[in-house]
Write a protein that binds this ligand. Structure first.
Ligand SMILES: NC(=O)c1ccc[n+]([C@@H]2O[C@H](COP(=O)([O-])OP(=O)(O)OC[C@H]3O[C@@H](n4cnc5c(N)ncnc54)[C@H](OP(=O)(O)O)[C@@H]3O)[C@@H](O)[C@H]2O)c1
Length: 249
């Protein structure tokens, strides 16, 4: 039998300065992991760190859209930790644009954070032998990957790309015994989730994500992430797990 055990695991979390990323850092700290926290927001990162008690955590202020900084980050982490057990991509941005204002630049901006930076991280971290056999990668998708929402095209497309990438990588990385999965929330009570609801109410035209079981708390998503990171799920790969209170049923 295997319970969730992440003691001394070196785990990278992007988007660690807020919401789901922060909650995951706090949980992994309690579970004894060494957390490598990344965010663009220095103050947010410091606030997250102040809630953690472990002594072996690292903090990096990095803009994930800066490819050079991203590569330097990956190289530095590999140098310091030599072996990585997990990667969790929680950094993300959203947008609200109807068809008549959609442009290539807008897609690029959202794809850079939600998708391309994740591709680059997976590429840098799984080369050679830096990512541990039996290691696990988790990325935040959304039910927007499988559902349409008015004026959310850029965001929905970026999440569909993430899920497609996960399925392909599950096969490519299986020979290294690295697993990769995504998580599809509906509405989570974080700054992003709360703002999305406010914007939808203000516009009066957008669809609001209505979860029959009510909104999801960030700690629920963090628990699911820890579960997927652990050896308790050693044959779960290439899948997208819904945590949406029934919104997509
Ligand atoms: N909350 C929801 O209802 C919900 C639902 C479905 C899926 N998700 C997904 O879950 C993930 C986490 O969402 P959340 O609700 O926790 O959002 P959040 O509270 O806004 O946290 C996201 C974090 O990512 C950081 N970030 C943004 N751009 C970055 C960049 N270029 N480089 C480095 N860090 C960057 C943000 O910094 P700034 O604040 O400075 O931008 C913020 O600290 C996202 O992928 C989101 O799409 C959320």
């Amino acid at each position: 039998m295997q319970i969730i055990d992440l003691r001394n695991n070196n785990i990278i979390i992007t988007g660690a300065g807020s919401g789901i990323g922060r909650e995951t850092c706090l949980l992994l700290d309690k579970l004894g992991a060494n957390v490598i926290c990344l965010d663009i927001d220095k103050n947010g990162l410091e606030e997250t760190r102040s809630g953690m008690v472990g002594q072996n955590h690292e903090q990096y202020v990095v803009d994930l859209t800066d490819e050079i900084a991203l590569k330097e980050f990956a190289d530095d982490v590999i140098l310091k930790k030599s072996l990585i057990h997990g990667l969790v991509h929680c950094a993300g941005i959203s947008s609200r644009k109807p068809l008549n204002v959609l442009k290539k630049e807008g897609f690029s901006k959202i794809m850079d954070v939600n998708f391309y930076s994740f591709v680059e991280l997976v590429k840098h971290l799984t080369k050679k032998k830096c990512f541990c056999e039996g290691g696990s990668i988790v990325v935040m998708s959304s039910i927007s990957s499988i559902k349409g929402y008015k004026a959310k095209t850029e965001y929905c497309v970026s999440k569909a790309a993430v899920d497609s990438f996960v399925r392909c990588m599950a096969l490519e990385l299986a020979s290294k015994r690295i697993r990769i999965n995504s998580i599809m929330p509906g509405e989570v009570l974080t700054p992003m989730g709360i703002k999305a609801r406010e914007m939808a109410l203000l516009s009066g035209t957008d669809e609001i994500v209505n979860q029959p079981l009510g909104p999801t708390e960030p700690y629920e998503v963090a628990n699911l992430i820890a579960f997927l990171l652990s050896q308790a799920t050693k044959t779960i790969t290439g899948t997208s797990v819904r945590i949406d209170g029934g919104a997509s049923v």
